[in-house]
Design a protein around this ligand. Structure first.
Ligand code: ME8
Length: 642
């Protein structure tokens, strides 16, 4: 029987569109989900949307929609976002789902039967942004610390959950289980809060004030407080109380949240579970904020960063890698696009991307793409082999402690080791001096790459699978386990090693060419070599020969939403390629299909406005605009230009 793993994100409010904060938490959950799969565990990964309460009603009114129409629309945006960020959630829950509403009512009845709910008049300071009452002490300068607004004084009769009854038990539980809330700073925060007497929790809202909620099972005139409704999603999604999935996964539950919602998760939720007779979750994992310009980024402040446009511009994997590498889980991080570009260029394009491409090129150059059997070995091989194999457990240790950035740093140390090993072993010299030794070196590089690809899969799944495919591995993605990774030499390629275009195109920081059309991408002329290389400004015939210029025929031309200059073209050059060309405004899209063109076919792929361009059309520009280069008579598509 395999171990089980259950991971959840907060269910996000649908009062605004998803931003980088939501994307981060969900990517963390996704990385953990994939990591636990690699560890051989059976996993369940839940995310969803929180759709009741005052906030939602106000947002719906502001957008001129009914709450129902509004929640359907925004919840849909969250649901659609996740596949685009390659999120592998097992389920998506909405608090307006009927089964969830039923579970909330069942739990309320259960808690009421235990005499843990009572009715009472209450006057208190209420923040509509947080949808909760505040004590004087919790306010900062008389204002809500989150919304910087003065709370309203509200007097009303309501239902209360006897949370105070569970205070002692909770303190004991947290003390006995040091990993219950982690990292430690958040555990201490909760314990410090619990050092004062815990007040009971108001868990209803009169329908005279709010109707958009779940009606209490024991009083038709009230709806449930949004947090009492929302937290229950974590068990309703598993089919509590009878669901087989509930019994299987709940004992292994781990939540991920940011520090903004520590109190409901660290205090209300365990008390609710205890009262309902459900065992507590296993871990509450709390991360910090993504700040922007040194302030908290949030929907209410309005300085949001859109994850999709970042993923569109830089690629999904570079975006995922960046957020996981940049933030130390538990601490705040400052978001900057420049830092993202730097990481992409340095860690992904230079370190990992170059390593893969130079390694595969060598297998081609020296062994026609067929991995040889190893020859005699030496000390250097053993050093690389042990650091690669030991990496698996080091990585596991970091990820188990939520230290994702450290896990990645450890992988990148080994990437640097392989790069150094290649430089030290100089395969290009061995190719002439010791071809048998070269075989060993190539095998060691191959094996280390297999381990690296497996370990980066949770973070950058699509790129890792591309590498695994290029390596000809049978076990790819989740089919490759941590245990398998430790078995040196486990797999032989099932097909010859594939040479493929670069994995991570570099972004030119200075020129900020990222939005520019491929055709307009002008490289600065390379500086003349001082070591007897080619004279400045001239290109050797050898260099010219590196260009793979082909005749192609445009078979389709499409608009790219939001782009004024670009068309997405499908070009047949023996095989079909997608090429993004900056010719809009110079050509009508209807006139393009059937046109023969000249194509640079081995240009490093680049993503333009979210579309990967796998080549470049050649055109000449003058005062009349752009003129596509074409053969002077009908030529077979794919014919090479010499
Ligand atoms: O609180 N940095 O929903 P919510 C990092 N519905 N993460 C951030 C962030 C930031 N600046 N801003 C938001 C709710 N997040 C409730 C949850 S759960 C039963 C109910 C992420 O839409 C982070 O995970 O306000 C935070 O905890 C969550 O979004 C809050 O999402």
């Amino acid at each position: 029987m395999s171990e089980k793993f259950y991971i959840t994100t907060p269910i996000y409010y649908v009062n605004a569109e998803p931003h980088i904060g939501h994307a981060y938490t969900t990517i963390v959950a996704d990385v953990l989900n994939r990591f636990h799969k690699l560890a051989g565990e059976e996993t369940f990964f839940l995310t969803g949307t929180d759709e009741h309460g005052d906030k939602i009603v106000t947002a719906a009114e502001n957008s001129g929609q009914t709450p129902r129409e509004y929640v359907d629309r925004i919840s849909g945006m969250f649901k659609d976002l996740w596949p685009r960020l390659n999120i592998s959630n097992s389920a998506f829950i909405r608090t307006t789902d009927l089964y969830h509403q039923e579970t909330v009512r069942n739990i309320l009845s259960l808690v009421k039967e235990k005499d843990d709910i009572y009715f009472s008049e209450y006057e208190g300071l209420y923040c509509f942004g947080c949808e909760r009452f505040y004590t004087e002490k919790e306010l900062v300068d008389g204002k809500c610390p989150d919304h910087q607004t003065e709370p309203d004084v509200i007097k009303e009769a309501n239902y209360f959950f006897r949370m105070s009854r569970y205070q002692e038990w909770l303190v004991e539980h947290i003390t006995q289980n040091p990993e219950f809330i982690r990292p430690e700073r958040y555990r201490n925060e909760v314990l410090s809060f619990l050092s004062e007497p815990l007040e009971d929790l108001c868990i209803s809202r009169p329908k005279s004030r709010l109707t958009w909620g779940i009606t209490l099972p024991f009083d038709e005139d009230f709806v449930t407080y949004v947090w009492f409704d929302a937290l229950i999603n974590y068990v309703s999604a598993l089919g509590y109380p009878e669901g087989e999935r509930f019994n299987r996964f709940w004992p292994h539950a781990q939540h991920i949240i940011a520090k903004d919602i520590l109190k409901p998760h660290g205090i209300y939720w365990p008390c609710m579970l205890k009262s309902a007779g459900i065992e507590p979750y296993r871990h509450l994992n709390v991360h910090g904020y993504w700040n922007i310009d040194a302030g908290k980024m949030s929907k209410s402040v309005g300085n949001v960063v859109d994850p999709l446009s970042l993923a569109d511009i830089y690629g999904v994997d570079p975006f995922r890698y960046f957020v996981m590498r940049e933030m130390a889980f538990g601490l705040d991080s400052e978001f900057s696009e420049k830092a993202l570009v730097n990481r992409l260029n340095a860690d992904l394009a230079n370190d990992l991307g170059n390593l893969v491409s130079r390694s595969l090129t060598m297998v081609h150059k020296y062994f026609d793409g067929v991995l040889p059997a190893p020859g005699p070995s030496g000390e250097e091989d053993e050093a690389l082999r042990s650091s690669a194999v030991e990496l698996v457990e080091i990585y596991r240790g970091h990820l188990n402690k939520m230290a994702f950035h450290k896990g990645l740093m450890a992988v990148w140390e080994v990437i640097s080791d392989v790069n150094k090993y290649i430089d030290a072993m100089a395969p290009w010299v061995l190719a002439k001096s010791d071809p048998e030794r070269l075989k060993t070196v190539i095998c060691h590089i191959y094996e280390t790459l297999r381990i690296i690809a497996g370990l980066v899969w949770p973070f950058i799944p699509a790129s890792a699978e591309k590498i695994q495919e290029q390596l000809g591995l049978k076990r790819q993605g989740e089919n490759c386990s941590l245990e398998d990774l430790k078995k040196w030499g486990l797999e032989k390629p099932v097909h010859p090693i594939r040479k493929a275009p670069g994995l991570f195109p570099r972004i030119d920081v200075k020129k900020k060419e990222k939005h520019a059309p491929a055709a307009a991408r002008k490289e600065k002329p390379k500086k003349a070599k001082t070591d007897g290389g080619e004279p400045q400004g001239l290109v050797s015939f050898k260099d010219f020969q590196k260009l793979d210029l082909r005749i192609g025929v445009i078979v389709a031309a499409e608009e790219i939403p939001g782009s004024k200059k670009l068309f997405k073209l499908t070009v047949d050059m023996g095989e079909e390629r997608t090429v993004v060309a900056g010719i809009k405004g110079h050509y009508e899209k209807e006139n393009l299909p059937g046109m023969q063109v000249l194509l640079l076919a081995n240009l490093e792929p680049a993503k333009l406005m979210g579309v990967e361009s796998q080549g470049m059309l050649l055109a000449a520009g003058d005062k009349d605009g752009l003129h596509l280069m074409r053969p002077d008579s009908e030529t077979t598509p794919g014919a090479k230009v010499k």
